[in-house]
Design a protein around this ligand. Structure first.
Ligand SMILES: Cc1ncc(COP(=O)(O)O)c(C=O)c1O
Length: 376
């Protein structure tokens, strides 16, 4: 049976293969520590569970408006000066917003600039939209403005940025965001700003979105999510914020794709917006102290740029590969021989590195890092 080129031309996420191996080892009775995870280790806050339970009891189990509950959209619009519900689309995680955004922006052959290292889904989602991901290397995990400038062509439609970043944990400074905004204005490009990790910035920094630059707003699409910051990964509630014409186009696509996001999950998200900074700060503080611990231990053995956000380290492991192994081989050996899972840098377009998640309970983090170091 012949399947469409579309699916044959994209890669399955390599993390899935690693997860299968990890599950197999656990089934065989091996004690495996998972430092490959992409979600925080905390329970969903009780207020969110209660809001969801109440919605279920109130019969909020039917189809809803495609683009989301009006009340939820209005509350989210408060995060963006001058926006209202017409500027917001609720999607199944921010992943679905991103997918729909590339479908909306790209004609066949249109280019989207993404920065290496990049989150696994970016290039594949762009390809699925018929676009061409144009990959630009970063400098010390920060955007290199000259490289971006040189890559812009007549076919470029958008620049995609992701700060705080997966996999590097880098947070882009205001000056860099401002320069990217200026570049997009000069060349009349969209900016897609993936802010899935906006809840997690450390060292006393405040999260800053490129939305702060007023002039860019007509060309800006921001995506955010309840997944990481509110411990709601399984709820699948994320959103896009943009000009009403863009939101209307995303809404049109979503109407044929999934329709509305699970109605009672959206009520859970509404309840999440009632949580106070005091409710949410402990997560950030705990992750910051885990970052400190993990960074200290890992930077003693690998070259590693200190991350200022998200919950990953992305050390350079090339010295240990001795030209004989890829980082994927290295990660496989760590998993098989030492029982610790990390994600190889190849997944993020960056060989010679591994991604270590420190969003795990303290004892697992300590033993996991110990196993990596022993494995060397
Ligand atoms: C950089 C980045 N963007 C977007 C997402 C999508 O998250 P969600 O669909 O749960 O909002 C993820 C999830 O891992 C991510 O790491």
């Amino acid at each position: 049976m012949k399947l469409a080129d579309r699916v044959n031309h994209i890669e399955e996420s390599g993390t899935v293969q690693f997860t299968l191996l990890l599950q197999q080892l656990r089934r065989d009775g091996r004690d495996v520590i998972d430092l490959a995870v992409g979600e925080p280790p905390y329970d969903t806050p009780a207020g969110i569970i209660e809001g969801t339970r109440q919605a279920l009891e109130d019969g909020q189990t039917k189809y809803g408006a495609v683009g989301g509950l009006t009340e939820l959209k209005s509350r989210l619009a408060e995060q963006f000066e001058g926006y209202d519900e017409d500027n917001i689309l609720i999607s199944n995680g921010s992943k679905q917003s991103l997918y729909t955004i590339f479908q909306t922006l790209c004609n066949p052959g249109d280019e989207v600039i993404i920065l290496r290292p990049y989150w696994v889904s970016f290039p594949e989602q762009i390809k699925l939209a018929g676009g061409r991901p144009v990959i630009v290397r970063s400098r010390n995990h920060q955007p290199d403005l000259d490289e971006i400038q040189q890559t812009i062509s007549a076919k470029t439609r958008a620049i995609l940025i992701n700060s705080p970043n997966n996999p590097t944990g880098a947070v882009y400074p205001s000056a860099v965001l401002e320069e990217i905004a200026a570049l997009a204005l000069k060349h009349n490009l969209f900016i897609v700003s993936d802010e899935a990790y906006s809840a997690y910035v450390y060292d006393g920094l405040q999260f800053k979105s490129i939305f702060a630059y007023e002039d860019i707003r007509q060309q800006l699409i921001v995506t955010r999510s309840f997944s990481k910051g509110h411990q709601m990964t399984g709820f699948r509630v994320g959103f896009a914020a943009a000009a009403p014409e863009v939101i209307a186009a995303l809404n049109k696509l979503q109407s044929h794709l999934t329709g509305n996001v699970c109605t009672f999950a959206q009520y859970g998200a509404l309840a999440a917006l009632d949580l106070s900074a005091d409710d949410l700060n402990p997560y950030r503080k705990d992750l910051e102290s885990k970052r400190d611990y993990a960074y200290r231990a890992i930077s003693a053995v690998f070259d590693c740029i200190k991350p200022r956000g998200a919950f990953y380290l992305f050390p350079d492991v090339a010295d240990y590969l001795k030209g004989e192994m890829t980082s994927a081989d290295f990660a496989r050996r760590l998993l098989k021989e030492k029982g610790v899972a990390v994600v190889p840098g190849e997944e993020f377009g960056t060989a010679g590195h591994i991604r270590i998640s420190y969003a795990v309970p303290e004892n697992q983090l300590a033993s996991g890092i110990e196993r990596i170091i022993e494995g060397l």
